[in-house]
Design a protein. Structure first.
Length: 160
């Protein structure tokens, strides 16, 4: 049997499925980052024992200062995770994979790591600056958010 050159048109992923996928990925990365921070923060924060349950303003300030810079590491890991997964064989993060959606370019092809990285940083920027920008995906005909339009990608529904 010959392979067909027919284009298979997949429906655009819904805003809800994209949101659920985002939440799954966020929880995954956040959990991994939390475990990492538990071992990286200075030993005095972990050795406090039961007294840690008491509110101490200086302790909270010191803990916040120690953990604060790791936010940047978290954001970088988030972008790299998304870019690597979208440019990879699955064309999806674990959350998108579970929701049965993929990321392609507007021609239906797998995107490069560079394009995926642009998409990831665009998405991060849209989250940080204007959370409502993501809501635009619920109202566009191709269900594209701003980061999709910038990187010329679409998110499609497929069956596992």
């Amino acid at each position: 049997m010959e392979e067909s050159d027919d284009i298979i048109e997949l429906p655009y992923a819904s805003f809800l499925s994209r949101t659920v996928a985002f939440i799954i990925d966020y929880l995954l990365i956040s959990t991994l980052m939390s475990f990492w921070l538990a071992f990286v923060l200075p030993a005095e924060f972990m050795a406090e024992g039961p007294g840690i349950l008491e509110y101490d303003e200086e302790y909270v300030r010191n803990l916040t200062e120690a953990a604060g810079p790791w936010l940047y590491v978290f954001l970088l890991l988030w972008c790299l995770y998304n870019a690597a997964m979208h440019a990879g064989k699955w064309q999806a993060t674990l959350g998108k994979r579970l929701m049965g959606i993929i990321v392609t370019d507007t021609e239906g092809e797998r995107i490069s790591f560079g394009k995926a990285l642009i998409r990831s940083f665009s998405k991060l920027l849209s989250i940080i600056v204007f959370i409502f920008i993501l809501l635009i995906a619920a109202f566009t005909s191709r269900r594209q958010a701003i980061h999709d339009m910038i990187s010329k990608t679409v998110v499609l529904k497929y069956k596992i």
